[in-house]
Design a protein around this ligand. Structure first.
Ligand code: PMP
Length: 424
């Protein structure tokens, strides 16, 4: 029975029971129409209302300014690794082309010659690699534009014996200088590394300032869990399946100045001439924005679930908005980490204390002894504490503390951690 367990899965992750109960009902019969939510047209007035409500709830929670657009796509988180590259490279190229055309006039041959040189010498995409997911994103960028254009400005493993778990000080990062050729096409980082349990404590200072670069941030696993100063980002994205909803959609918060008429992407012909990739139309931000996320069939049921979850938070926290959830998330994480620290002869938290994730709490039991960790997990399951196995690539234990994990759930885990440690 649902009420007998607490689920700490990393994604897909728990959803509020009340939302699932309503979801079961609307799947069969939406608004007494006799047909269910997976059966209605994505272009119907009902679908439009669902879309608008979800956008409104997210904008309320995160105080998204008017000069930002919210997009829903079927890309998953990983699709946005590619989308950020396609879209921001196309913007960088067009900006460059306009500047060069301004210098040399209408001579297309000369423009193209200079563009080749500019791309060759100046096109850089900066990646802060702080864990497995930013590593994957940087690998996708390399696959799309080639290693020479990808600047790994930080590889956190190098400061930690080959493993993730730290974020070295900013003065050790090697960001592309802002002055040379206008700086990088983007700076990418992952706010919360789901596998490694590493979360940026705050927005990096090095990415701030008047001539700040275009920052793209993966918030898949800590979306709507704390306040975010949206204006600092060009693109924020996340898959819904952790804090927001069920698998099936990704949400993108995009600075409108990156969309026409403010910015125009380079033409596919120009990109091809420069041997740069032309992205699929379903990842093209201007196309998705122009069509209110309905360029193609959007899974409206998934948007409905996300909207219900987010409206639930709006109602629960009122004027505090996401700050209310942040307090609860922090309290739950503190409770669990304090217990792990209290029994440090049994448990070892994997990441450095300064960058511990509030969302994915990664630890080892008895120094990572495989049999003992197995026994720990088996004991947890007997108590109805599910989904605690660490990611297959790193092993160990991972307690994901997403929004739908209740304070009671956190307390039940803490009680088990206490019992296990005392009996060890
Ligand atoms: N980024 C992060 C931080 C993630 O945790 C995940 C999925 N666990 C992804 C990206 C990839 O998301 P998807 O599986 O939806 O492609």
């Amino acid at each position: 029975n649902r009420s007998d367990v607490h689920y700490f899965g990393a994604g897909p992750a728990p959803l509020p029971t009340a939302v699932l109960e309503r979801a079961a009902q609307v799947l069969l019969n939406y608004k007494d129409k006799g047909i269910g939510l997976c059966e209605i047209s994505h272009r119907s007035p009902d679908a439009n209302e669902i879309l608008a409500d979800a956008k409104h709830a997210l904008s309320t929670l995160l105080d998204i300014p008017d000069d930002y657009e919210v997009l829903f796509l079927q890309s998953g988180g990983s699709g946005e690794f590619s989308a950020t590259v396609y879209n921001l490279v196309a913007i960088w190229v067009e900006k460059k082309r306009a500047a060069i055309a301004g210098e040399v006039g209408d001579n297309q041959e000369e423009v193209l010659k200079r563009m080749h040189k500019a791309v060759d010498e100046e096109l850089k995409l900066d990646y802060l690699v702080s864990g497995s997911w930013s590593l994957k994103a940087s690998q996708e960028a390399t696959r799309l534009v080639g290693a020479k254009h990808v600047n790994v400005a930080l590889d956190a493993r190098k400061s930690n014996g080959g493993k993730f778990g730290v974020i070295p000080p900013e003065d050790q990062w090697s960001l592309t200088p802002r002055a040379s050729g206008g700086g990088p096409a983007l700076v990418y980082y992952c706010d919360n590394e789901t596998v490694d349990g590493v979360e940026f404590p705050a927005f990096p200072h090095a990415l701030e300032g008047d001539d700040a670069p275009l920052v793209c941030c993966d918030m898949s696993s800590n979306f709507i869990s704390r306040k975010v100063d949206v204006r600092k980002y060009a693109v924020i994205f996340g898959g819904a399946q952790k804090n927001i909803g069920n698998t099936g959609i990704a949400i993108v918060i995009l600075r409108k100045s990156l969309l026409p008429p403010h910015s125009t992407p380079a033409s596919p012909d120009l990109l091809r001439a420069l041997n740069l990739p032309v992205g699929p139309i379903v990842l093209d931000y201007p196309t998705i924005a122009k069509n209110n996320s309905l360029y193609n069939t959007l899974p409206i049921f998934d948007v409905w679930v996300a909207g219900q979850v987010m409206s639930g938070l709006v109602n629960a926290y009122g004027a505090k908005r996401i700050g209310g959830q942040e307090e609860v998330s922090n309290d739950k994480a503190r409770l669990i980490y304090d217990t792990l620290d209290k029994y440090s002869h049994v448990y070892r938290v994997v990441p450095d204390k300064a960058v511990r994730s509030r969302m994915n709490i990664c630890f080892r039991v008895h120094g990572g002894d495989a049999d003992k960790e197995k026994a720990f997990l088996a004991g947890a399951e007997k108590k109805g504490l599910l989904g605690l196995k660490g990611h297959r690539s790193v092993g160990g234990i991972r307690a994901s503390n997403y929004n739908a994990v209740s304070m009671d759930g956190a307390k039940a885990l803490v009680a088990y951690l206490e019992d296990y440690a005392k009996s060890s």
